[in-house]
Design a binder for this molecule. Structure first.
Ligand SMILES: Nc1ncnc2c1ncn2[C@@H]1O[C@H](COP(=O)(O)OP(=O)(O)O)[C@@H](O)[C@H]1O
Ligand SMILES: [Mg+2]
Length: 256
């Protein structure tokens, strides 16, 4: 059973944490903008995709999926797109605390048909063009809910009102949830944490993903050390970020 809390509709601007949105350092902002540009190439709005939907996943927990999703969504909003960011990691939700939201209802309530509708799960945050659907209460059966027809219907309903939809997915190798939903999305980004994600974890994740999805857009490298440039030597602790396609990658980092 999903526990219901008080239904609060929240539509307000909030202050993001220092590693999100406008609080990011210059180089990190530039790197996320580069990711946005590549997304525009891979999933352009228009002919094939009326409202492109992109999922962000990784092999295991803690590699930077939520941070990447939030910053990508923010950069798309900055570019004038109307963006909906959906928190699809129903087991480890962080949006309410990270984005300082007040929503007690979210995706799980919609999927469980619990009298929640778009109007009370959508929250405007960080930017006037950016709307968020938080995960809601943790359900006992996330994979079942995320793989249901209601998830398809929900995403399709969102497409009516937005230019881009970004879905923060759960990790691939730990639970089946991300696989359950990823097939319904137009493209998937895979987050890899430098120095942490092992080859085995990544290849396991890719094998699983490739079985059900043919549009894996590329990799986002997080926590990337950039001791090569002058900033690396000067500042020590870095906010690293990079992206890659087909095994190649470029990398940027900003001081933390
Ligand atoms: N590019 C990055 N460089 C450095 N730290 C990062 C980066 N992306 C995320 N983090 C940090 O890593 C931690 C886990 O990130 P999070 O996005 O919550 O991971 P996940 O959603 O994959 O569990 C957070 O403390 C976040 O601030
Ligand atoms: Mg997360």
């Amino acid at each position: 059973m999903i526990k219901r809390k008080k239904n609060i509709v929240s539509k307000r601007q909030v202050t993001p944490d220092q590693f999100l949105g406008e609080k990011l350092k210059f180089s990190a902002t530039e790197a996320y903008k580069l990711l946005r540009t590549n997304l525009f190439f891979c999933l352009p709005e228009g002919n094939d995709y009326t409202c492109p939907t992109v999922g962000v996943t990784s092999s295991v927990q803690g590699e930077g999926k939520s941070t990447t999703s939030i910053n990508l969504a923010y950069m798309l909003a900055e570019n004038g797109k109307r963006v909906c960011l959906v928190e699809g990691d129903l087991r480890a939700p962080t949006f309410n605390s990270r984005l300082k939201l007040n929503n007690s209802v979210g995706l799980s309530h919609i999927l469980a048909n619990m009298e929640a509708d778009l109007g009370n799960v959508l929250t405007n945050t960080m930017h006037e063009n950016l709307w968020v659907v938080p995960a809601g209460d943790i359900p006992p059966n996330p994979a079942e809910l995320l793989g249901s027809n209601r998830m398809d219907q929900f995403i399709n309903a969102l497409k009516e009102g937005f230019n881009y939809i970004v879905v923060d997915l759960p990790p691939i190798t730990v639970v089946a949830d991300a696989l359950a939903v990823s097939g319904t999305l137009d493209g998937i980004l895979v987050v890899v944490q430098e120095g942490k994600t092992t080859k085995r974890e990544l290849s396991d994740a890719m094998q699983r993903l490739e079985m059900i999805h043919d549009k894996i857009l590329g990799f986002v490298i997080t926590h990337a050390e950039s001791a090569r440039g002058k900033y690396g030597r000067k500042y020590g602790k870095k906010y690293g970020y990079g992206y890659g396609y087909g095994g190649k990658r470029s990398e940027k980092s900003a001081e933390r």
